[in-house]
Design a protein around this ligand. Sequence first.
Ligand SMILES: [Fe+2]
Length: 290
Amino acid sequence: MDVFNQKRLNDKPISGTGIGLRSPHVNEILTDLPEIPWFELLADNHLVEGGLIPLQLEKICQHYPVTFHSVGLSLGSVDPLDMNYLAKLKKIMKQYDIAWLSEHCCFTSVAGFHSHDLLPLPYSEESLSHMVNRISQVQDFLGEQILIENVSSYMKFAETTLDEADFISELAEQADCLLLIDVNNIYVNHINQGIDIDNYLTSLPAERIKEVHLAGFDDRGDFILDAHNNPVAEPVWKIYESLIQQIPHVPTLIEWDNDIPSLQRILDEAQKAEVIADKYRSGNFNYAVS
Ligand SMILES: [Fe+2]
């Protein structure tokens, strides 16, 4: 599977700091075609036939490398995998030459009822085995590796017996999948649950990390919420630098989903990430909205 993925990456490289494509910016981007290295699109928005969104997807893919980020696979659920959803994903990824698919280490459905939240799992040998099996099924069906993202959580299950980082690392090894490390989620879990950041970063298998996420949280007083509604916080930038100096050529993505600011404001965050990563590599990318 590595050879397959490498071919795709070489054809349409995902490198530097991209941004999540959000609807308020689509017209501006398609009109001005600003220099942005790549976009991550929410896959679930593009599984419909006809309408305006497929037209936008086609135009974005004509000009930019694109990855898909999914929230609907519900990998941690015991509901059957939605093969119809997966078949649509496979078809559209091939049609538009989508570089890769990422999903979350979570579940989003119970008994056929779909939550709109990324619900965390207990980290145990039993849930690890379940996730390995589900990821393997998805990868076999798609014919390529997927990226699994660590999620934020606000409670610890009584059934949890493994550290989150150990669970994620073991999952990647056993399922032979890749990782998307969300730095903000690590910080959120540190503040809310006291996870050890240094231990987390050193536990991760660096060679499997293919994407890094940055986002802002919302301070709710006695906890912080992974709300994607603010600039990246200073402590998160510090964790980002600790991580990216180990893997400076791994692409980064800025997520901003609520209280969405101007495109230029998000690109300012991307430029900040590039400046940090560039300290550990040669060459960088200039962001300019014309
Ligand atoms: Fe993320």
